[in-house]
Design a protein around this ligand. Structure first.
Ligand code: SD4
Length: 351
């Protein structure tokens, strides 16, 4: 009977035998996953910006702070960076020359808050948290989100582009080619997108959306995600990052997942929700990310896939972690001790 139920569950999720649930508890709802690399507390986040973001989050986690506070403080570091193509007000603008920001946050109670198409506010993640904590809503958009932020005491920043962004925008305007350039960082890899690698004025390569998930000493899980979205996107375009279940999903019974990459693909598959549900049914974090990447890949031809990068990272309730990407070049930062905060090259699907 249990076997049959397991098979049905696997079928419904599209799980292959290779990721068959390891162990199930009696009611088949509470996951009981073997400890693979479990650490507690633990914080992981996308791309190399994750290293400095993790540091801030770790300060809270190591002092037995709440995962929610850690994931907010962590990504605020990235939002405040002066040279960042893809997060915060210094990021690249949309095709009309405006920086518009998306962010989301979820806590251990399944509460969620998000903002999208938000302009002139330095820390969208904190506005998302206020939406979660101070309103009956989950998501505020555009001028309404900005109005709420100002009412909450967030300063309205000047409407101007950073030096890096101005330069990149000028360059883009020469052709004004509407070809979304995602995962700009990824262009360093062999499966490069059309755009050349971008070096910022401080000499560093730029990096991407930051998504962060953490489990605290009490075993509670939370997550955050913040981005300017695709560089030179259509005005009004909103990606996956502020959409609960797409860019970010947390379920304190199971774990959490966050995504980076071509948001439209993540939205179409409810990506992070799928990752968390796969873990609920027994997949390890890495397997759950891989299954979701496979789901996206199946919808596309080889030719289309050349221009698509999506990656997920996930943690489970035991503090196991993992990630998976479509293409080579994605990495994520893992931190679980004062002396352990390392960038890990993600596994990927395409050869
Ligand atoms: C978006 N997922 O807006 C974000 C962008 C991103 O790597 O993560 N790029 O689609």
């Amino acid at each position: 009977m249990i076997k049959r139920r397991r098979l049905l569950q696997m079928g419904a999720l599209g799980l292959s035998a290779s990721v068959a649930p390891k162990v199930f508890s009696a009611n088949n709802h509470t996951p009981f996953i073997k400890n693979i690399n479990g650490k507690k507390p633990l914080v992981i986040s996308t791309w190399d910006a994750g290293i400095s973001a993790n540091k801030a989050a770790w300060e809270i986690l190591k002092n037995k702070g709440r995962a929610l506070d850690a994931v907010e403080a962590g990504v605020m570091v990235t939002e405040g960076e002066l040279h960042n193509c893809c997060v915060g007000l210094n990021a690249y603008p949309d095709r009309d020359g405006h920086v518009t920001l998306d962010a989301s946050i979820m806590d251990e109670y399944g509460n969620a808050g998000s903002v999208c198409f938000l302009e002139r506010i330095k820390h969208p993640i904190s506005v998302a948290r206020r939406v979660m904590e101070k309103t009956p809503h989950v998501m505020l958009a555009g001028s309404g989100a900005q109005q709420f932020a100002v009412e909450q005491g967030f300063p309205l920043e000047p409407d101007k582009l950073s030096e890096d962004a101005q330069k990149a925008y000028k360059e883009w305007l020469k052709k004004s080619e509407y070809k979304p350039v995602i995962n700009i960082e990824h262009t360093r890899g062999e499966n490069a997108f059309a755009a050349p690698p971008v070096r910022l004025s401080n000499g560093a390569f730029n990096h991407d959306t930051i998504g962060m998930i953490a489990i605290d000493a009490q075993g509670n899980v939370s997550g955050s995600c913040t981005t300017s979205g695709m560089a030179f996107k259509m005005r009004g375009r909103v990606g996956d990052s502020p959409i609960i279940g797409a860019g970010l999903f947390v379920d304190n019974e199971v774990g959490a997942a966050v995504s980076t990459g071509l948001g439209e693909e993540v939205i179409r598959t409810c990506g992070t929700h799928m990752v968390v549900e796969a873990m609920r049914h027994g997949a390890s974090p890495e397997d759950a990310c891989r299954l979701t990447v496979e789901r996206i890949v199946r919808r596309h031809t080889q030719e289309e896939l050349k221009n698509i990068q999506v990656a997920f990272i996930a943690i489970d309730k035991q503090g196991n972690y993992g990630g998976y990407a479509i293409q080579k070049g994605f990495n994520y930062a893992v931190c679980y001790a004062d002396d352990y905060n390392k960038l890990i090259d993600s596994k990927f699907l395409l050869p």
